[in-house]
Design a protein around this ligand. Structure first.
Ligand SMILES: Nc1ncnc2c1ncn2[C@@H]1O[C@H](COP(=O)(O)OP(=O)(O)O)[C@@H](O)[C@H]1O
Ligand SMILES: [Mg+2]
Length: 259
């Protein structure tokens, strides 16, 4: 079975999609077979991997509702070892359709158990909410990565997410772990970034990765070229930070598995 990691934060624009796509790319570069599940109706992970609307046979929406298998929805990307289940705008309505299903929290888990056995890692790019769709991701996951943008009120909403993770642990998924918290869009010329970093390290301690992702224009340019920044500009500081972060994530995975 693959290790399943959800990338979640109820806020939008904090770097969930960027983090998902680039960790996936760096993992794939080390020879791991990686599947990204795009669970955001906006589909930014799919478009930033160059998967246009026509290339999407089926989507995470049908997979979530049990209408299509993982194999039917998977699309290969230009990165070897990296495939993706694209999203569809229909996902925005999945919440309502899931309500009537008895095992509504377990739909994604069931689909991945049946169809993702040949992958080493599954990374789930969550929508910016604590909806039933995000709950499906957290129920399916072994671990969660939380990106936090270095800005005022970065920790706002995080207590809700942590409470949510603990509730899901209690009710549905006792082995769910917080893999770690990653600080994104760090600007070293800005005192606020340093203050946010101090606050977050105080609050989460060792759970915060040593690697901090800098604010880097190459990262924001990459999606419009349909590429992860690691392919767009390997040498830029953003790419180097994501390589270092992936090293830490894989190291923690080994530690979590050894427990
Ligand atoms: N480290 C960074 N430096 C500069 N721009 C970034 C960085 N990380 C993300 N971005 C940009 O910020 C926006 C939001 O990031 P995204 O990963 O889509 O966040 P989320 O998935 O949480 O909504 C995107 O336009 C992305 O390209
Ligand atoms: Mg996103």
């Amino acid at each position: 079975m693959p290790r399943i990691i959800a990338v979640a934060n109820r806020k939008g624009g904090v770097g969930k999609t960027t983090t998902t796509v680039n960790i996936a790319t760096a993992m794939a570069a080390t020879g791991k077979k990686v599947l990204v599940v795009d669970l955001d109706p906006q589909g930014n992970a799919s478009t930033s991997m160059g998967i246009n609307k026509r290339g999407r046979m089926a989507s995470s929406y049908e997979v979530l509702l049990g209408e299509k298998s993982v194999a039917e929805a998977v699309v290969w990307t230009e990165v070897p070892n990296f495939s993706i289940i694209p999203s569809s705008p229909d996902l925005a309505g999945a919440e309502v359709e899931l309500i009537d299903i008895e095992s509504r929290e377990f739909m994604l888990k069931k689909a991945l158990l049946a169809g993702a056995i040949n992958y080493d890692y599954v990374l789930i790019d969550c929508p910016p909410s604590l909806s039933l769709v995000t709950i499906n991701a957290l129920v399916a996951a072994n671990a969660v990565i939380v990106p936090l943008q270095c800005e005022f009120l970065a920790l706002e909403g995080i207590t809700d997410l942590i409470r949510n993770i603990n509730q899901i642990k209690k009710r549905f998924n006792p082995t769910l772990e917080l893999q770690g918290v990653v600080l994104t869009m760090y600007d070293k010329r800005n005192n606020l970034s340093q203050m946010v970093e101090d606050d977050v390290r105080n609050y989460f301690g060792k759970k915060v990765y040593q690697t901090v992702i800098p604010r880097n224009v190459r990262i924001s340019e990459a999606p419009s070229h349909g590429k992860p920044v690691l392919l767009y500009d390997f040498k830029c500081p953003g790419s180097q930070a994501y390589i270092s972060l992936t090293g830490e994530v894989l190291k923690r995975e080994r530690e979590l598995l050894a427990c």
